[in-house]
Ligand binder design. Sequence first.
Ligand code: MRU
Length: 362
Amino acid sequence: MSELAVPKTIRWVGGPDGHVELIDQTLLPEILEILTCRDPEAVREAIVSLRIRGAPAIGVAAAMGQVLGVQGDFGGEKAAFDRAFAETRELLAGSRPTAVNLFWALDRMECCYRGHADEPVERIQEALWREALAIRDEDAQMCRSIGEHGHELVPDGAGVLTHCNAGSLATAEYGTALAVLYSAQEHGKSFKVYADETRPLLQGARLTAWELTRAGIDTTVICDNMAAQVMKEGRVQLVITGADRIAANGDVANKIGTYGLAVLAKAHGIPFYVAAPSSTFDLQIPDGTAIPIEYRGQEEVREGFGRVTAPAEANFYSPAFDVTPASLVAAIVTERGVIRPVSGQKIRAFFELSGCNAPKRY
Ligand code: MRU
């Protein structure tokens, strides 16, 4: 992937009293505009409106929003600082429910705060700022490693189907599912990507196709309901998506439509892979039934393309995510290696063996 390909999804500008800049993803692919957020309310609005979206990127935004919420001079008043920290956390935690990376990042910020609680306010502010930057940098690093571990899953000449956007725009940089493809490209493989458009908000058409074509990857956008036919025609050799939360048994929550794709892949004998960093695993919940699913407003279905596409008298139903059972997932690519087959036992052993603490909530 060339450096020019995709600008940074989110970045911090300045020192502990600085601000956040992020790409407003609601405007892509037509307009590439940077949004400035100077308070946690603006970050929350950006997350709720999907100006920034994708599980890892939401986590980075939440960490930076937490820093914004405790800026300023508290006159040495620890109680006021404490209140501001707690209120900011609550504000950001209520933005979107499904991506566990949001809560993982907020827990990590809280852990950092507790570790510095006895220090003067300015020292705590600086520690929190450094922690948010570390979360961003580590996410970028994890994505690179996911790519390195995953590119072998892409055979030369393959057709690859992906859903929603699990790319650079969904992370600090490089992506998760798309990291595997960028890495395959860097290893000189030739392949073709089919990007599901991903109704209702078209993250596949608007975002995935945007970043893949900028990276010079052969990309074909299809409507979601074309996936079965495209598979039947033999055009797809693997499906790969990201994840918003992975339960202890390997059930995977991801953008609505992912479950259907996994069923189709099974029916056509095509491997279905998931790529995600350890911050997306929630080992505290046993299986997918406990994953909170976000439901979004009816207007996102009723007015899909900037105009009314269904009568107001109809009912609308809009779950933003679904859960794919572990039994349909051929492998999960993480920054520490590939988990295969996908089972609770394997996931436990994997994290024990790799000495990974990250999936635990702090
Ligand atoms: O509603 P979104 O756009 O935030 O949904 C994003 C997805 O479902 C992604 O596939 C997931 O977060 C993985 S991102 C690396």
